[in-house]
Design a protein around this ligand. Sequence first.
Ligand code: PLP
Length: 385
Amino acid sequence: MATGHPMLPCQRHLFDIPDDVAYLNCAYMSPLMKPVIDAGAAGLARKAHPWELTPDKFFTGSDEFRAAAAQLLDCLADCIAIVPSASYGMATAARNLPVHKGQTILVLEEQFPSNYYPWQRLTEAVGASLKIVPWPESHDWTAAVLKYLTPDVAIAALPHVQWTSGGRLDLVRIGEACRKLGAALALDLTQSLGALPFSVRDVQPDFAVAANYKWLMGPYTTGLLYVAPKWHGGRPLEENWIQRANARDFASLILYTENYDAGARRFDMGERSNFALLPAATRALKQLLEWNVTQISETVGALNRQLAAAAVELGFSSPPDELRAPHYLCLRRKAGIPRELPDILAREKVFVSVRGSSIRVTPHVYNSAEDRDPLVASLRRIAVA
Ligand SMILES: Cc1ncc(COP(=O)(O)O)c(C=O)c1O
């Protein structure tokens, strides 16, 4: 829904996307921006001169990443841990959130595996069970979740956007309902953070993770994990030297300590200082902050609304605009979607995904009407075939 924010002009000049490529697949993987590649290349080159990588550099780059991530999430930098993947963040949440025999962990039907398997494993370990919110015919995932949030739920493990439908969850309402019940809230924001406004202050999750390589426009194998202050005393997945309180003093690392570094830093992955990838990830976050997430959402949402309207005329259906995430369009049709469709479209240099029984169309600010038209032309050919 439009909120009156100005649209961003097309940002394609920052990317290396040939004119004849209609890349509408950010939910698969965003292209890296040129300045992000430059930051990564400069970071990689630093190891050509290791004598210049002084111990303080193990901390400054990480804290710069934390600061940018915190701004995006609307929380304190102390609450950010650096992780390699969504699954790592979810495993950290699963290690720390309590659940007892007979209780349940809430997930959505067709939830992404990295936010399913850790909970399945945890329920098996403690004698709890998974409670799966069925796909709502009405497309209203929020109402469906609220219906299933009953006193047996110990943890709600949810996304902001259901990844095979594009359905948007109202996490503020869901967060409130969880707090009322005393249930914990663990979020996978991989398909939303950076493209859909989100605020830790409003939602108050216990844990929230996002892999960087999609809507955060960063490199693969980097991600961020928000950890609420009440869990800062928790147990990390790994016990590595840099999480500990004495890490800044390299000469004294073998004076083993029980104490961890401040805040969520104890949950950082080993080698989190990542001199090659972290500067690239930080550069991408800074660009998103400069564009502004609300403006990204408005801009990409406008393109998707045009695409949705054209697709509906061709016999496709999508969840109503008010129930789906603006940046994430999933198109279905009665006759089904051929699995080989992405390959057929790729021959025409139109790039989308098929997930579940939907064509998933996920543009970004590098797309324009010039990318819309080839997709609509391809959909028209499928519709008459
Ligand atoms: C909803 C969602 N979560 C997480 C991921 C990535 O998970 P991981 O970082 O564990 O590979 C994806 C990738 O497609 C995804 O769609």
